[in-house]
Design a protein around this ligand. Structure first.
Ligand SMILES: CC(C)(COP(=O)(O)OP(=O)(O)OC[C@H]1O[C@@H](n2cnc3c(N)ncnc32)[C@H](O)[C@@H]1OP(=O)(O)O)[C@@H](O)C(=O)NCCC(=O)NCCS
Length: 161
């Protein structure tokens, strides 16, 4: 199943599709550029082969420009990571990616979705709030920055009907 988002980008339409092993290289590149501790290609290959892990890719034309990854456990899931390549941010593309991902989780019987987000990560917090997530907890000094102050994490939750 795929979701047509919009024609926001001159290069073509944005598509959200189930990911495959062939996406591991692009995902590792986007993840490495988005987070302090990047996940390597091997890590993505492993997750893409696991039955309890759901991964979607965001594609613009022939280019993979984002991903969402979550882990399922019975009726609960945790979003482990979501990112859009820097060149494609700020256009609302992550919203369609996340909503499609949530729709697939619901289709697999998930009723509650959790995630952790760094407290100062405003774009991510705006995205999750718009997608119906609410803050249900706070973890002090949860993320260790390279050589910097530890950062707080917020735990967010959304129920899927
Ligand atoms: C979080 C992320 C996926 C959002 O993707 P995106 O497609 O650029 O998202 P959007 O264009 O919908 O922007 C999200 C919201 O953040 C806002 N925003 C964007 N940049 C911002 C900034 N620098 N400061 C504050 N708000 C900002 C947007 O206005 C939007 O809010 P709105 O819905 O109220 O208009 C993307 O920024 C990203 O990949 N970040 C790096 C990885 C990351 O942090 N992932 C989340 C980990 S929990």
């Amino acid at each position: 199943m795929m979701a047509w988002l919009s024609e926001l980008w001159g290069g073509g339409q944005a598509l959200v599709e189930p990911a495959s092993q062939r996406d591991a290289t692009a995902f590792a590149q986007i993840h490495g550029a988005s987070f302090h501790r990047g996940w390597g290609e091997g890590e993505f290959e492993r997750m893409l082969s696991e039955r309890n892990t759901l991964v979607h890719r965001l594609r613009m034309g022939r280019k993979t420009v984002g991903f969402s990854v979550s882990r399922l456990a019975a009726e609960e899931a945790e979003i482990l990571s979501i990112a859009v390549a820097e060149t494609h941010r700020g256009r609302g593309l992550s919203y369609g990616l996340l909503l499609t991902h949530l729709g697939h989780l619901a289709g697999r019987g998930v009723r509650t979705v959790f995630l952790e987000v760094e407290e100062n990560n405003q774009p991510a917090r705006r995205l999750y709030e718009r997608a119906g997530f609410a803050v249900v907890g706070r973890r002090e000094r949860y993320y260790q920055q390279n050589g910097g102050e530890p950062l707080n994490a917020l735990l967010m939750r959304r129920d899927l009907s």
